[in-house]
Each structure stands twice: as structure tokens, then as C-alpha cells.
Design a protein around this ligand. Sequence first.
Ligand code: HEM
Length: 339
Amino acid sequence: MRPSYFHHLHPPTIPAAQARWRHTLGAGGTAIFLMLVIGVTGILEMFYYVPNPQEAARSVQTITYHVPFGWLVRNVHYWASQSLVVVSAVHFLRVIFTAAYGSPRRFNYLLGLALFVLTLMLDFTGYILRWDMDICWPLTTGTNLLKIIPFVGEFLFRVAIGGGEACATALLRFYTWHIFGLTILIVILGFWHAFRVRRDGGIAVPPPTLRIHAERISRNELVRREILMMFIVSIVLILLSIFFPAPIAPAMTGKPNPNAEAHAPWFFLWVQQMLKWGDPLIFGVLVPLGILTFFALIPYIFPKPDDADIGRWFPKSNRVVQVIVGLIVAYILILTLQR
Ligand code: HEM
């Protein structure tokens, strides 16, 4: 009999080395749990959110100030989605720094990268749904960047906002992309990515002959660790939601907020910083796309790390990849912090 999806992800036993916190950092599992939390809180918000330019910001205020526990649902949704960006970036770095991207995991690495891009797109479209004064600048700048892409720009712009002035008409498109198009894609790729982890032989660790410890852990122990992780993440999300509420500003008037400094969501601040340097096609489109393409090609252009190194932190045989990715991440962080 074929195992169920749950049993496929949780075989009767797995090598203990594949489930060590200090190896996986629990980041992939945490990302899946955050997606679940985002899905549930997002569905709850849909009962009150009105995707109409005249009423959207007011409905967010209703959720925050009038609906019982609405503030908690909204804040948890907000914090889970911000955390998902950070946690999947940490997971990506873990995969790079433990040399876990090589064959047979090359395809799953690409699925992971696609998940990361979808996470950013979901965060950006969700940010726009607030439809308050602060979102007009990032919405206009972001969609104008689409427009300047040679050959396909005009088409992408139309797909994204449906034509017209972004700050007047884009809401329904962004709403549909956010709760429908992007969500369906991320759910499908999320299931596929997790499925492929086991299909590729589980988390990358040195082959049995090179392993120092041979012990295995049971399915129950694996599930116990996952529940512990979910419990800790839930507490962190609730604490963040209580002490640091999600931002809220007056409703959109069709113009940028005169009292607020115009800025992109935090995960695109580095692009905003580069836009100050000149040509938006180069700094707003080509550089970010170049970095993404480079990340996607890593398993294909660099030699496969030595078997004995796979699943070890900072092994020698993929030092070049570690250094280049480290420099790119430092570059992004420095630009982000300059804002
Ligand atoms: C929202 C995004 C993501 C989710 C939900 C997710 C989920 C997971 C899970 C649950 C695992 C197994 C447990 C673990 O390694 O912690 C995993 C492993 C893996 N992920 Fe992701 N992931 C995401 C993003 C990424 C990204 C951005 C990459 C790289 C570009 C990536 C590449 C991989 C690879 C190669 C493995 C196998 C690692 C190994 O065998 O050691 N994932 N992912």
C-alpha cells in the first residue's frame, strides 16, 4: 500500500542526524507552519476585509478595532508573513552553508527558490491590501518597474494591475493575486517541495559509511519535535502581536501620504536604495533578477560538494559558493540598513 502524504514525510524511523536542530535549524518546518498560520488567519480576515478602494482601509480598521480578537488575528497574520521571509532566508542560507543543494536535490532547490519568490510576492500584495496612504508610493514604483522591462513590461503591468493609475485601480487585482493566484501556487509548490525532501533521500547528511553516529529516531519523536517547534513559534507570534501591532495608517486618497517618508516594504528596501543610483532598469530590475538567476544556477554551475561534506556546516568543498552568497547577502543587508 502507498504511504499517505503524512507517512511519506514521517517514515517509521529516520537517521537522527537528519533531525538535529543544529543541523536544520528547524527552519523548513517552521516555514511550513508559518504558511499554515498565514492561511488560517488570512481566511478569518476575509470575513471582514472589503476589497473595494473606498472601503478597504476602513475594513482593516474594523478588523483591528471592532471585531472581537480581530487585532490578534491581523497581527498574527502580519507577523507570520514577515517571519516567513526571514525564516525562509535562514533556511536558504542553511541549505547553502551545509552544501545541501547538490544532486539529487537540485530540482528541489529550485522549488524552494520559487517558494521564496512567491513569499515575497505574497507579502508585497498583502502590504498593498491595506490600501492606506503609505502604500501608494511602493505600489506606483513597483508596478512602474514592471512596465520598463523590455518587450514584456507593458503586458506584465496589465496582468498585475489591469491598466490605469495603480493607486486608483489595482486593489481588486492585488486582492485576487494575493488570496487566489499566488496562494494556490505557493500551496502546490509547498506540498511538492516537502514531498521531494523525502523523495530525494531525506535531509542531506553524509552517506551511512561516513556517518559518525548511526542512531535513528522514530516517527513519534519526529512529530514530538515538530509539535514543540509549533508551540514555540506560536508563543513568539502571539508575543510579537501583543507588543508590536501591525502598522495602520489613514485611508488612501489616491496620493502618497504627505506626512510619511515614502518607502518600500522592508524586504525591498535594498532595491529602493539602489534605485537612487540611476537607471531603474539596471538597479530595479536587472540587478535583483541577476542575483536571483545566480542563486538558481548555483547547483548547476558549481561542482557537486564532496559526499563527505554534504550536510556539514561550512565544508571546504563548497567554500567558493559560501563566500559569494555571503557577500551578496551582506550587500543586501548593508543596503537595507542604510535606509
Ligand atoms: C517558504 C519557503 C520554504 C519552505 C516552506 C520550505 C520547506 C522545507 C522543509 C520542510 C524542508 C525539510 C526540513 C528542513 O530542511 O528544515 C526543506 C528542505 C529543503 N529546502 Fe526548503 N523550504 C522553503 C524555501 C527554500 C528555499 C528558499 C530553498 C533554496 C533555494 C530551499 C531548498 C531546500 C532544499 C535543497 C532542501 C533539502 C535540504 C537538505 O536535504 O538538507 N527551500 N524545505
